[in-house]
Design a protein around this ligand. Structure first.
Ligand code: ARG
Length: 277
């Protein structure tokens, strides 16, 4: 099957102040040294890859004292040009939301508001065709799911995460195309697994090893799938399914529990994912 790419619009934040000084997920160990220069180099490689694939990348300025700000996916959810800015669970990240509340109105977005309930943006909300898949269990709450469904006017399908290593939906599931996903079944509750089976009988299942390499923290444009290069099993499976996997090294950012998708906020324009704009 021939897969078609569509041009995407992303928002990213340079990891100028990247560090691991607190721990809010099992990957973060403040005692382990970090190398900000390396994080910047890996991030620049990702940004250049996206622009090389023909996508538009806008930048939001990083702010000192917010070491996790590189993870732009968590800042907001943008669907049909409407923006719902995050409300972070942890106090260490709360102030990041202000940057998004300022950036969007300054860049022509008129429908912008902050979520009322704990909501970590596209870390937990993934646009999949005409629905939004939404994670809960660790960060974004069920109340937030209802709020998002009302705000966007799009069905929000809740999925419960159960493994603390996969604390955001985008660490356990990737939307590959409007009607296809890949995911790690064991990251989900039995009920959510059943629901995923029903919705996506042809989904690619990740092994425990690929999930542990953060292989599901990937970004797809419908054809090219950018993912951590260590997820070799998934790279093979994606090829079998007609996708073009592109492995990248994001090892430095993984020290904070993030990778490709965490660094990438997709600004879904008019029409939902997969439609060109
Ligand atoms: N250290 C960050 C946190 O725990 C990592 C966020 C990763 N982002 C993501 N979209 N999964 O909040």
């Amino acid at each position: 099957m021939e897969r078609a790419a569509t041009r995407r619009h992303y928002l990213m934040v340079r990891p100028t102040y990247f560090d691991v000084v607190y721990s809010i997920n099992p990957w973060m160990n403040p005692e382990k040294p970090t190398f900000t220069g390396l994080a910047v180099a890996q991030w620049e490689g990702l940004r250049d890859l996206f622009t090389g694939l023909g996508h538009r990348v806008d930048l939001l300025d990083p702010r000192p004292g917010l070491p996790d700000m590189v993870f732009a996916a968590n800042g907001a959810t943008v669907v049909d040009g409407r923006v719902l800015v995050a409300r972070f669970r942890d106090s260490q990240r709360t102030a990041e939301a202000e940057a998004y509340l300022e950036w969007f109105p300054a860049h022509g977005y008129t429908d912008v508001r902050q979520a009322r309930w704990t909501n970590e943006g596209e870390g937990d909300y993934l646009v999949a065709g005409s629905r939004i898949l939404a994670g809960t269990g660790f960060r974004t709450t069920l109340r937030a799911h209802r709020e998002s469904q009302e705000y966007f006017g799009v069905p929000v399908v809740g999925l419960t995460l159960v493994d603390p290593r996969f604390y955001h939906l985008d660490t356990a599931l990737t939307v590959l195309a409007e009607d296809t996903v890949m995911y790690y079944p064991k990251a989900f509750s039995a009920e959510s697994r059943e629901l995923l089976e029903e919705l996506y009988p042809d989904a690619v299942h990740a092994t425990a090893a690929d999930a542990a390499e953060f292989g599901l923290n990937a970004v797809s444009d419908g054809r090219h799938v950018v993912l951590p290069q260590a997820a070799t099993g998934l790279i093979g499976r994606l090829r079998e399914h007609g996708f073009e996997p592109i492995g990248v090294d994001m090892s430095e950012l993984l020290k904070a529990g993030g990778s490709v998708k965490c660094c990438t906020l997709e600004l879904h324009g008019t029409g939902l994912a997969g439609r060109s704009h």
